[in-house]
Design a protein around this ligand. Structure first.
Ligand SMILES: [Mn+2]
Length: 318
């Protein structure tokens, strides 16, 4: 069984590094910290390398002392675990840590996972990587502390949109029931995650709504965010998170697109669908990946060309 193989591998090493994906989210960070606590309980001092600073919205998480922003140094670890990461591009510069490791493990729930490690635990029926980490921690026989429970709860509640998305299962709720029994403060966590927004983000959302285009008989929504808009709102890159949902939430919309224009001609594309469209197919074609209802990719080129190309692909599946 791959799970027991992973557990015995972790128990045999002396140095461990954990790598969540770039543009870190609640699942990537929450499952990484939960795993770090578990590894520490086994007597190994783990380190979590992240690409950029922890977003403000996750600053309340316990265990941030495990986390370090990667500065480009290449240290050799006995074991490197990539979490919630569909392919090695999602590791950014930290791919070097993975490449120089003696052994590698990949734990994820993305259907597009490329199984890039020696041991790959990819469970596409899990709502979040946090669910898989929970199962591993239980199998290891470790105790679910309040800290671990809170981190896993954050992982699951963010990836399920507060238990509203299709990936939410009865298993999700069974796990969460156990987490709550182990001390998670649901209303405190939910308020920090879902009911707190900075003023700059609120302003950025206003600017984003002004760019909203409704196309294809009201089935497609496109929103654009530029560097200038972020600057004018006094916002940060992470404030772009969730803006795609403004389009998705409009009645009648099936596919929502967020085009995030970075410097020069690089565009980060976020795709969301409501029901039948599999946006991971579109993202895959354009060199990205994701899930049926949430996917993304990065494209170089010109705004008009990119918009036209995206619409062409969307039309095919609409
Ligand atoms: Mn995830």
């Amino acid at each position: 069984m791959i799970e027991s193989n992973i557990i015995s591998t972790i128990k045999e090493v002396n140095t461990v590094a954990i790598l969540p994906h770039v543009s870190i989210d609640g699942d990537a960070l929450g499952s990484s910290i939960a795993l770090a606590y578990a590894v520490k309980e086994l007597g190994i001092e783990p380190i979590i390398y992240i690409e950029e600073e922890i977003p403000l919205s996750y600053n309340f998480l316990p265990g941030t002392e495990f986390v370090e922003v990667y500065q480009g140094e290449v240290k050799k670890y006995d074991l490197v675990l990539a979490l919630d990461t569909g392919d090695i591009e999602r590791l950014g510069k930290r791919v070097e840590i993975l490449k120089s490791a003696s052994d590698t493990i990949n734990i994820d729930h993305h259907a597009t996972n490329t199984e890039f490690a020696r041991l790959n635990l990819v469970k596409t029926t899990s709502s979040a990587t946090g669910e898989i980490i929970y199962q591993l921690i239980k199998m290891m026989g470790l105790s679910l502390t309040k800290e671990i429970s809170t981190c896993i709860y954050v992982a699951i509640t963010t990836d399920t949109g507060g238990f509203r998305y299709k990936n939410t299962t009865s298993v999700t709720h069974q796990i969460v029931s156990d987490l709550i029994d182990n001390g998670v403060d649901v209303s405190w966590v939910s308020q920090l995650l879902f009911e707190t927004m900075s003023l700059p983000k609120t302003k950025l959302m206003g600017l984003a709504i002004e760019t909203l285009q409704i196309l294809e008989d009201g089935k497609v929504a496109v929103i654009t965010v530029t560097d200038n808009m972020i600057k004018n709102a006094g916002a940060r890159e992470e404030d772009c998170d969730g803006i795609v949902n403004i389009g998705r939430n409009i009645r009648g919309i099936e596919v929502a697109v967020l085009i995030r224009q970075n410097k020069n001609e690089s565009f980060k594309i976020n795709l969301r669908s409501k029901k039948y469209v599999d946006v991971s197919v579109i993202a895959n074609k354009l060199g990205g990946g994701g899930h049926k209802n949430a996917a993304g990719c990065t494209i170089n080129g010109y705004m008009d060309d990119i918009k036209a190309m995206l619409l062409k692909e969307i039309k095919k599946v609409l």
